[in-house]
Design a protein around this ligand. Sequence first.
Ligand code: PEP
Ligand code: MN
Length: 276
Amino acid sequence: MDKIYKELKLSKRENGKTIVINVKGRKIGKDFIVMAGPCAVESDDQIIETAEAVEKSGADILRGGVFKPRSSPYTFQGLGLKGLQMLKRASEKTGLPVITEVTDPRNVEWACEYVDMLQVGARNMQNFPLLKEMGKMKKPVLIKRGLHSTISEWLNSAEYILNEGNPDVMLCERGIRTFENLTRNTMDISGIAVAKRLTNLPVIADPSHATGIRELVEIMSLASIAAGADGLIIEVHRNPEEAKSDKEQTLTCAQFDSLIKKARTLKEFLEKAYKD
Ligand code: PEP
Ligand code: MN
């Protein structure tokens, strides 16, 4: 890996120690962090009920999209400003910090007034004006790996944000498009292990988008933890059948409750096992 690292000319790894990003007391990169919530914010009731459930199960951060980059322009596009206001209310009610995707550089600055973290979606991983704008903010940024992106392109995109002066960047492996079509994407577990070795940024795994299949989300969460992920981002809805986007991969609150317990148990087991 050292040879590859030198060739890539990325920023310093600080002796291989993962940086710690503090989001309202949640220490990403130090503690194992679980982000959870619906694909999209749909109503006050929906986001608050889901937020309360995931908080009760022990989630650290609430996710919810308001600018949805959908493949078809005829499907639900997200609630925009109204959705941000709903997210903020859910955050105030539960005490959970919130993360949301912003797709347009013109929306970055004002969206920061409503959320604690910004997300770069897979489709925007090489939207360089967007990355530079997020690099000027004082909010942590989670950058997803692009649908067709190599690991080195992904890491270079993270550099665009870092180079603007924002040090709080984390990576997110969410699967890549391959010839395989039984799963929505192919979860590149080695992407997690490689990113951990080539950068000092926390790496978060997104088994929801990586698989597109509810039944696979838990097992791929555990696989990601074994590969060294610093956290998970999981789609959860109070009633997945009603979800306006990504319902096939969305967990019920009960399924999430079971997942997070197993995830934390595995993480603790591995930490103890590696210590000796
Ligand atoms: C999402 O998080 O809902 C999303 C659109 O993810 P991705 O950018 O990974 O497709
Ligand atoms: Mn989604």
